[in-house]
Design a protein around this ligand. Structure first.
Ligand SMILES: CC(C)(COP(=O)(O)OP(=O)(O)OC[C@H]1O[C@@H](n2cnc3c(N)ncnc32)[C@H](O)[C@@H]1OP(=O)(O)O)[C@@H](O)C(=O)NCCC(=O)NCCS
Length: 152
């Protein structure tokens, strides 16, 4: 209900309000910037937003919390990235619903899309604009559509 108002809040107020009103489990040192949309929470699926310390979700990201999104410590999610936990492409009544996990130290590039059920490993990097359709192992960099591994 308060989402459109919260989205406009300055960065320094956003986490405080999300914790107080929506009871998201966000560490005090985590940051959610203005313009970030957090949507689709519902009573049936009980999705949550969990953010550990020193993690950042930057401007204009989209977080679908039909199911829980787990964001570890020291994670950066660059502007405009989108994380989805449900897929109604086959059925509106019975969508696929799966949690997403982003482990400590991972980096998600600007405009990347993470699909339901994906796990991004510790210190992994997802390039700008990638569409992640498979789990990404720790310390691995993926780019492109669909995202594939590059060596660095
Ligand atoms: C993925 C990334 C980290 C790779 O950086 P890097 O290790 O320096 O990689 P390079 O620039 O050497 O590129 C290696 C190859 O991957 C390709 N590549 C790099 N980033 C890519 C991307 N996002 N999408 C598709 N291809 C990409 C390059 O074209 C290059 O291909 P080639 O070997 O065929 O020439 C970086 O390109 C990236 O996307 N960073 C995110 C930037 C961002 O979102 N910033 C927001 C700041 S808030």
């Amino acid at each position: 209900m308060f989402e459109p108002i919260f989205e406009q809040l300055p960065t320094y107020l956003r986490v405080k309000c999300e914790r107080a009103f929506h009871r998201y489990r966000i560490a005090k040192t985590a940051v959610i910037c203005s313009g970030v949309k957090i949507r689709y929470r519902n009573k049936k699926t009980k999705g949550q937003l969990i953010m550990r310390k020193n993690s950042w979700v930057l401007f204009n990201c989209f977080l679908d919390i039909t199911k829980t999104i787990h964001i570890g410590e020291d994670v950066q999610i660059a502007p405009g990235a989108m994380i989805f936990t449900h897929d109604s492409s086959l059925s509106m009544e019975n969508p696929v619903e799966k949690e997403v996990v982003i482990e400590n130290g991972a980096y998600i590039g600007a405009g990347a899309i993470i699909l339901p059920g994906i796990r991004i490993g510790k210190n992994a990097v997802v390039g700008a604009g990638a569409v992640v359709t498979k789990d990404v192992k720790e310390k691995t960099t993926v780019v492109g559509v669909p995202a594939d591994i590059i060596s660095r």
